[in-house]
Design a binder for this molecule. Structure first.
Ligand code: GTP
Ligand code: MG
Length: 178
């Protein structure tokens, strides 16, 4: 089954995918959280083991379905299953993590099909101005032309803005292809 207007939330453990979907969703988002037994990777209470799901009505005729992947790399086989049919993705970056740059490129490459069609928006959190510039340069050096925002996944309005920019960008890409 193809779900129209399906947007994916991708990024490593602790980047804020579950938080973002819970913040955005009109109704209580569905989650698959278990106790985190990988606290050396990221120190938080729970982690996603299958996916997150929520939905938001952006305007009268635009309902967006929000899907989050489980960020730990041993769940990588699950990613394409959750991603199937997605029109675009928000890549969450937590720049306070030591390997944030490598992780960002890892996820862009793992979702190459979306990156190549400029269907990913990069939303960074816990980021300094200097790191923001580094990230913009990194994306540029790697040949990606992706929108980049600073977004706190706990703040509804910032996420709605990110989602609207992603969708506007997707609409531009579709009209260019026409
Ligand atoms: N201080 C701060 N904390 C944040 C920010 N964004 C997210 N967080 C916190 O970081 C944690 C992110 O956890 P999750 O939302 O579970 O992360 P996830 O990406 O779903 O992780 P996995 O499911 O394990 O892959 C939560 O405790 C958030 O409250 C931010 O911008 N600033
Ligand atoms: Mg999660």
């Amino acid at each position: 089954m193809q779900i129209q207007n399906k947007v994916l939330f991708i990024g490593p453990m602790g980047a804020g995918k579950t938080t973002a979907i819970q913040t955005l969703s009109d109704d209580v988002a569905a989650s698959t959280e278990v106790q985190n037994s990988n606290k050396e990777m990221f120190n938080k209470e729970t982690t996603t083991v299958a996916m997150d799901y929520g939905a938001i009505q952006l305007d009268d005729n635009q309902r967006i379905h929000l899907y989050g992947i489980p960020g730990q790399k041993h769940f990588e086989p699950v990613w394409p299953v959750v991603a199937k049919g997605a029109i675009g993705a928000i890549l969450l970056v937590n720049a306070s993590q030591p390997n944030w740059q490598q992780d960002t490129l890892y996820f862009i490459k793992a979702f190459d099909m979306l990156a190549k069609s400029n269907s990913i928006l990069v939303a960074a959190n816990r980021i300094t101005d200097e790191q923001h510039d580094e990230l913009a340069e990194l994306l540029d050096q790697q040949g990606y032309c992706l929108p980049l925002l600073t977004t706190d996944p706990r703040f509804h309005d910032e996420l709605v803005l990110a989602l609207n920019i992603l969708i506007a960008n997707l609409e531009i890409e579709i009209s260019i292809d026409d």
